[in-house]
Design a protein around this ligand. Sequence first.
Ligand SMILES: [Zn+2]
Length: 442
Amino acid sequence: MRRGIALLLSFFFMMSQVQAYQLIMPTERKNCTTNDYAFLYGKAKSAEALTINGHSVYIAPNGAFAHSVKLHDGENRVIIRTLYGLMIYKYFKTTPARQEIAVENMEFTKAYVNHDNTPLRSEPIDAGLNRIGHLFGGTHIVVNGSKGSFYRVFLSKDKEAWIAKKDVTLTDEEFYPAEFINMDSERFKNAMIQTITFSKKLPYTVEDGEKEMIFRVYNPELSEESVYNLNIPKPEKYAYNITLDEGKYTFKVRKLTENIKEAVVVIDAGHGGSEKGAIGCLGDEEKDINLQIANQVAALLKKHDINVVMTRECDANLALEDRVNIAKENFADVFVSIHLNSIGDVPMDIHKKRGTSVYYFNNNSKALAEILERTVTRSAGTREDGVQTGSFAVIRPTEYAGVLVEAAYMTNPIDSTLYTNDKWIHKAAKGISDGIIQYLKK
Ligand SMILES: [Zn+2]
């Protein structure tokens, strides 16, 4: 009988140990990582009983908690202790050897760009904000160096760039410079259109300056100083696009409408279907919260007779490219992608990282980002995490003012008390729709 009671007690002990907390991250007891920090988060029942490696961990009223532990190379043990027992998680950290690859100079070699929308970069790195333009398929370029998976592109004696080797085909064809054919400009309703034509497709860059747009087309086979500059004045709220037909470039800078009833606003609920996005402390999936906010933003905008297009209205997979195409096909003035944030490899105090951030990529979207940061933090009562630049596929196009709103952090215990609350979802949506309307009326 005693043995029975002891067994029963140890059973309850085990049960309570299992139920004292639930980890969302990590999902495994043994982990291999190159990150500097182990990031653990989840939900707990008891409000005072959780320590991680001896540090007592803050637990939000809804049970959400998060904690990070600095890792050293080799095996690290992370011990989670509750009133009922302890659990050990192992992290094996390796630091990958950084091998510096040298630039190799090459003979001047001709190459063709393989496909449209090929990034031209200021550094040989496939990430971040280093895109200085996007080349069309069939563009003739000259390369004169190599580093890792990139070629160095010679544009003029003052300007070099980098392009991924997979995006070009080298040829041993003879060099022959493009002929300049003509240049023209016209004003069409709300747009400035500038064309420049050559006998073949040439590389170009775009600079979005203080008062004007500068399109530069390079003809490096003619001379190392051959650069054609087109300066186009820009209005306060604008979008632009570049097309290439044979050797004819058309640069179009469009003034966005000031009549909100004429405006087209695309609302994009981030992720969807099997792409869940971030997983929060309580196990919620980002894609669902994004959609809840997005639906309410759309409803609020429609009350003002604004033309709203949603990229997805249900829980479905949707490629980034399709989201962009929806916006382009509908001639969007404004594109707002709605997300919730998360932190992975965290070098900062994770409890300080919370609130709303708004990302933009092109200068023509900065004003929209600044307005939304203000209206969302005010309406939703979130901390200002700031306006930031980010290279996300849905906000890289220049055809609309495009921003990505990270309304709150799913991995922050305090923020998790917000985004799980229907009233907050509405306040966040109100902040987004107010910001869009303010921008359109500006
Ligand atoms: Zn997201």
